[in-house]
Design a protein around this ligand. Structure first.
Ligand code: PEP
Ligand code: MN
Length: 338
């Protein structure tokens, strides 16, 4: 950490800051310039709340140098994390992995037809919510475990893996037999109790970025899962809330190279929630692959306009097929396969 003192800081103020740093277990190296004093702190700064230094008398600014996340940081696994799933699909490696399916599981015909279409287009995962976090309590809340069983059967009938959202700790155990990967939704990115439990669940977790979360907060949330011993975490950029109203969210494509730089964890892009509009899904999916995403999560429904949730952003299977052929070209151009 670096503490920059104000130009008019007194010796007493500087000594007091040094004292507080030392008490926090930080070794202090002082540099006294012509006009300003800089205090460089080395030690357990990841676990210290730096804001408490900002308000000490005479302090101008405080900067963190080392990352506050240890397990999620690139340095923990410089070569990057590759997660291998039951049927040999590897996420985080050469292949761009595609997860596709409806926003919600609605009925047997819908999920089986979706599985057939997304598999023939080249997807590896079937996605679909059995538990839906809806903005309104009166909106469709999902089919629960009976729906998840349908999705599991549809996926296995077409050699697909299953990813589905878990909203609370009590759902982990009943969902376990039917999912290959748990999804933590944007609204639960900071549900720390849920994250801790998933840290001991021993199944990969797709962790979505919260609508108002910084990339650092996303990485700190992944740290909750990893600190329980589960290192199989996949991050997901699904758009954040900004002042822009033309799209449902603002898909932060730059999060992809930022995560790649600071973390070893794989990251996938979700252009469906990232844009909220069907005609914008393909351009942002292409952009995510071009930017280095390890996968794409896309909403697809055989009768997209009649989807029980997120109809406006859901692709028809034909549109998904076309997108897949475009993504194959882009993947090849950036040295990946799909
Ligand atoms: C979803 O994937 O359907 C979903 C609810 O996503 P998010 O948590 O990103 O809103
Ligand atoms: Mn959705």
């Amino acid at each position: 950490m670096i503490v920059a003192m104000q130009e008019m800081a007194t010796e007493e103020q500087i000594d007091f800051v040094i004292e507080v740093m030392v008490e926090a277990g930080v070794g202090v190296h002082r540099t006294t310039g012509a006009t300003q004093t800089i205090l460089a702190g080395v030690g357990p700064t990841a676990t210290i709340d730096l804001t408490k230094f900002e308000n000490l008398p005479g302090v101008l600014r405080v900067h963190r140098i080392s990352s506050p996340y240890k397990l999620a940081g690139r340095g923990f696994r410089p070569e990057g994390t590759v997660i291998e799933f039951a049927n040999g699909v590897k996420l985080g490696g050469q292949q761009v992995v595609v997860m596709a399916g409806p926003c919600s599981i609605e009925n047997e015909a819908q999920i089986f037809e979706t599985a057939k279409r997304v598999k023939s287009a080249g997807a590896s995962f079937l996605r679909g919510g059995a538990y839906k976090p809806r903005s309104s309590p009166y909106a469709f809340q999902g089919m629960g475990i009976p729906g998840l069983k349908l999705m599991y059967d549809a996926a296995r009938a077409h050699d697909l893996l299953v990813v589905s959202e878990v909203m609370e700790i009590a759902q982990i155990e009943p969902m376990l037999p039917y999912v290959d990967c748990f999804q933590v939704g944007a609204r639960n990115m900071q549900n720390f109790n849920l994250l801790r439990e998933l840290g001991v669940a021993r199944k990969p977790v797709l962790l979505k970025r919260g609508i108002a979360a910084t990339i650092e907060e996303l990485l700190l949330s992944s740290e909750y899962i990893m600190s329980g011993g589960n290192y199989d975490v996949i991050l997901c950029e699904r758009g954040i809330r900004t002042y822009e109203t033309a799209t449902r969210n603002t898909m932060d494509i730059s999060a992809i190279p930022v995560v790649k730089k600071f973390s070893h964890l794989p990251i996938v892009g979700d252009p469906s929630h990232g844009t909220g509009h069907r005609d914008m899904v393909a351009p942002l999916a292409r952009a995510a692959v071009a930017a280095g995403a390890d996968g794409i999560l896309v909403e697809v429904h055989p009768n997209a306009d009649k989807s029980a949730s997120d109809a406006a952003q859901t692709l028809y299977p034909d549109q998904f097929e076309k997108l897949m052929s475009e993504l194959r070209l882009i993947a090849k151009a950036v040295g990946r396969t799909l």
